[in-house]
Write a protein that binds this ligand. Structure first.
Ligand code: EPU
Length: 428
């Protein structure tokens, strides 16, 4: 079993090149099914979730080859819209294949989405979108079937702001008959990126990045080339790492505007943040202030950054409060941080963090990508050695987590240990 071993590391210094965004890549790869010619996507990270998508593409007949950090997809040979249930359920964004295959095939069979478990992650808004455009949905034990002889444009009002369902609605509506209007749409960079890609292929999507999106259906989409946006969530967690013991970390190849709320919060807790055109540098001052965080949909403070930020706040003397309103149960990292000596109390949708206490190394388990990063950060600040299991979750989102943290001076390595031995230590 893979285990990440982390030693206390002093101030972190260095520059990290930020890869393409996981969440955008997963949408763009599925969106490529809608094209009628070859598509090249640049900057797609080589991570586990992308490998799962590649396997799905192979199953349905979409040719996919990697050329460096670009992926070339040929959707002309797709012969099936039956997605293997096990593969669909091994990550979250498989639902994009429902929206992307339905317009061409009229019937999609697909497993329920899996991925990070935040206790409750409904997909009712995805279903609502597909039904509004004229689809029938049949639910089975481990899969669902979406069917529509023809998709008709519609006015859709989302019950809440959702990035995933907004993207899925654009995918399903782009080749529908007539006009679709999305109200209360998400304004996340991933939504804008997907719309930019589809428009590049000949789609007519207007207003992405605002709460109202208009889509005029088109009969076909061309091939084309597009570069995925940089991963703002990876960038944010590296900037936070500068706050541990007063380091200095530069993230390059980023879009600074995407990190506005993260940078503002870092300034609030005592870091200094300087933005260039495509890079951001965070300077730790060695002293951190406790704060209050409430996550929100973009441009609010991202739920994905709440977990690494909690690890940073363990170093800020005083009481911080972290409230996650997007995923109110996204606190699986908290019991693990407690194993390292953290004092965090969970009440309803908030974590009350008593910062400034010493942490000590121990065995902890990562349950999802961002929880894993939170544990790595805590391990870098803990006396002694911290061992993190659940490495496969971290690898779902990071290409080279060890190499990138090492490049800024973090002392960590990965090793293979006997699974039984590890289980014994984790369950203690
Ligand atoms: N929601 C519903 N019904 C739906 C869809 C969403 O109630 O049908 C709710 C969710 O429960 C949540 C809110 O709407 O309270 C926003 O959820 P959203 O749809 O935006 O999330 P998602 O598409 O499931 C994506 C990312 C997550 C990220 C959220 C932030 C992917 C694959 N995942 O999830 O990323 O936290 O947006 O909005 O794009 C990660 O990368 O670690 C990760 C978990």
């Amino acid at each position: 079993m893979k285990v990440i071993q982390i030693e206390y590391s002093g101030p972190l210094h260095g520059t990290v090149r930020i890869p393409g965004a996981k969440n955008s890549s997963l949408a763009l790869l599925a969106a490529a099914c809608l094209a009628d010619d070859i598509v090249t996507l640049e900057g797609i990270p080589d991570i586990e979730d992308v490998r799962t998508v590649s396997a799905i593409c192979g199953d349905i007949g979409m040719e996919l080859k990697r050329e460096g950090d670009a992926v070339v997809l040929d959707p002309r040979w797709i012969h099936s819209a039956e997605i293997d249930s096990r593969k669909a359920s091994s990550y979250r964004a498989s639902y994009y294949f429902a929206g992307a295959l339905l317009p061409k095939f009229g019937r999609v069979t697909i497993g329920f989405p899996g991925g990070d478990d935040f206790v409750s992650r409904p997909i009712d808004q995805h279903m609502k979108v597909l039904r509004a455009l004229g689809a029938r949905i049949e639910m089975h034990r481990d899969h669902y079937i979406v069917e529509a002889a023809r998709l008709e444009g519609a006015n859709i009002y989302f019950d809440m702001v959702t990035c995933g369902a907004t993207i899925n609605a654009m995918l399903a509506a782009v080749r529908a008959n007539g006009r679709t209007q999305l109200y209360n749409a998400a304004v996340d960079p991933e939504v804008v990126d997907t719309a930019a890609f589809l428009n590049q292929l000949g789609a007519k999507i207007y207003g992405a990045g605002t709460s109202t999106i208009r889509i005029e259906g088109v009969p076909y989409l061309n091939g084309g080339r597009h570069t995925v946006i940089p991963d703002r969530l990876i960038a944010g967690s590296f900037l936070m790492a500068a706050g541990l013991h007063g380091g200095q970390v530069t993230v390059k190849d980023v879009i600074p505007e995407h990190l506005g709320s993260c940078n503002a919060k870092l300034e609030e807790v005592g870091l200094h943040v300087a933005c260039g055109e495509n890079d951001i540098t965070a300077y730790g001052t060695g002293s951190l202030k406790a704060t209050r965080i409430r996550t929100g949909m973009y441009p609010g403070f991202a739920t994905d950054l709440q977990q690494p930020m909690t690890a940073l706040l363990l170093q800020a003397p005083g009481k911080s409060i972290v409230t996650d309103r997007v995923f109110p149960k996204r606190y699986a990292h908290v019991p693990q941080l407690r194993r390292l000596g953290a004092e965090i109390e969970l009440r309803r949708e908030s974590a009350f963090v008593r910062g400034g206490l010493p942490l000590r190394g121990g065995w902890v388990h990562a349950t999802d990508v961002r929880a894993g990063i939170s544990l790595i950060m805590a391990g870098l600040a803990a006396e002694g050695i911290t061992y993190v299991t659940g490495v496969e979750h971290i690898e779902r989102g990071y290409e080279d987590v060890i190499g990138s943290y090492r490049s800024i001076g973090a002392k960590l390595s990965i090793c293979e240990l006997d699974a039984m031995d590890v289980q014994g230590r984790i369950s203690r």
